[in-house]
Design a protein around this ligand. Structure first.
Ligand code: DON
Length: 319
């Protein structure tokens, strides 16, 4: 490993070296079979546990890929980061801080107890309670308009129009009673002004948007580049909102494992239960990874290992 050689230069290594290291990360962890594919959303259990894709996108628009980078999977909780950015862009730093919060719960992503222990505060936009509260703040006169604004907003980060995976959406709608309960609880605590069930419906749709690891890398590189999509060159959000989003990802993106993640990998990141991870190195670029086997906190095992390896080898770690 050419450990952290580039950590303080502000640049990625040469193009050919980056390509070799991305391929090496894929080779190293292909044989790792730890973890379980999520099954609390029934359709996710049908994922091939061997799928493994890695993409690195630079803020200059360059990309390097290895493995199953064109397999589409549902974005799931990774959508929370981008919806948070869109809502922050509309309402600003202070309002989102007050309405949703920015502290880690120390509890699993779908915890009802976290809401109760914190006097009804959803705590942060990366756990389900905070994400549902954030989705409720999305601009739009009707739920249909809010959904369309989320879909087009997230698509601008990806640089292409993202499709809803209807099978994943319907599968989750049959089993999302817990999220409905969380939304009702938030309503009772005065933390949700929209209709709770309609907001959970929109939230479930945003989680069912289909992406590839290549999409995640470009979405992350948009945050790494201060809000400008490196492929379309469109400004999607302001640099201030990027900073707010990356701060929340650093403290809460990997749920109750966020401290360990930051300690080992040193990058703001977000995971999803379909097996995706996006990890962002500000000013440099982002990694998009996909592998469906998860650890008990709901984070992709191979994705975490590949991010750890590449963070060191490419000098991405912030610290
Ligand atoms: O609300 C849920 O439970 C899912 N739609 C998303 C959860 C998720 O991705 C957790 N992440 N690792």
């Amino acid at each position: 490993l050419d450990v952290a050689q580039h950590a303080f230069t502000g640049d990625l290594p040469t193009e050919s070296r980056v390509g070799e290291l991305v391929a090496e990360a894929h080779r190293r962890y292909t044989g790792l079979h730890d973890g379980q594919v999520a099954d609390y959303i029934p359709i996710l259990a049908e994922a091939d546990p061997n799928w493994f894709g890695l993409t690195l996108a630079g803020v200059d628009g360059s990309t390097h890929a290895a493995g199953d980078t064109d397999i589409a999977f549902s974005i799931q909780s990774i959508s929370k980061a981008f919806v948070f950015a869109l809502v922050c862009e509309r309402y600003g730093h202070q309002a989102v801080h007050e309405r949703v919060g920015v502290n880690n719960t120390g509890l699993p992503f779908n915890s009802v107890m976290a809401v109760e222990l914190n006097a009804g505060s959803p705590m942060n936009p990366m756990v389900n309670a905070g994400a549902i509260a954030t989705t409720g703040l999305m601009p739009g006169a009707t739920p249909a308009e809010q959904w369309e604004n989320i879909r087009t907003g997230i698509s601008r980060f990806a640089g292409r129009y993202l499709e809803l995976d209807g099978v994943v959406y319907h599968s989750e709608m049959l089993t999302n009673q817990r999220n409905k309960a969380i939304a009702r609880l938030l309503e009772r605590y005065g933390r949700l002004d929209t209709d709770p069930l309609e907001t959970v419906d929109i939230y479930t749709r945003q989680c069912a948007l289909a992406v590839t690891s290549a999409d995640l890398a470009v979405m992350g590189a948009t945050l790494a580049g201060g809000g400008v999509n490196p492929v379309t060159r469109e400004r999607v959000i302001s640099s201030e909102v990027c900073r707010d989003t990356l701060a929340v990802l650093a403290s809460c993106g990997l749920y109750e494992r966020s401290g360990e993640w930051l300690f080992e990998i040193g990058l703001p990141a977000k995971s999803g239960v379909a097996g995706g991870i996006v990890a962002i190195s500000p000013g440099k670029g982002a990694l998009g990874t996909f592998s469906p086997r998860l650890d008990p906190a709901g984070n992709s095992v191979r994705g975490q290992r590949a991010c750890a390896y590449l963070s060191r080898a490419l000098g991405l770690n912030l610290f």
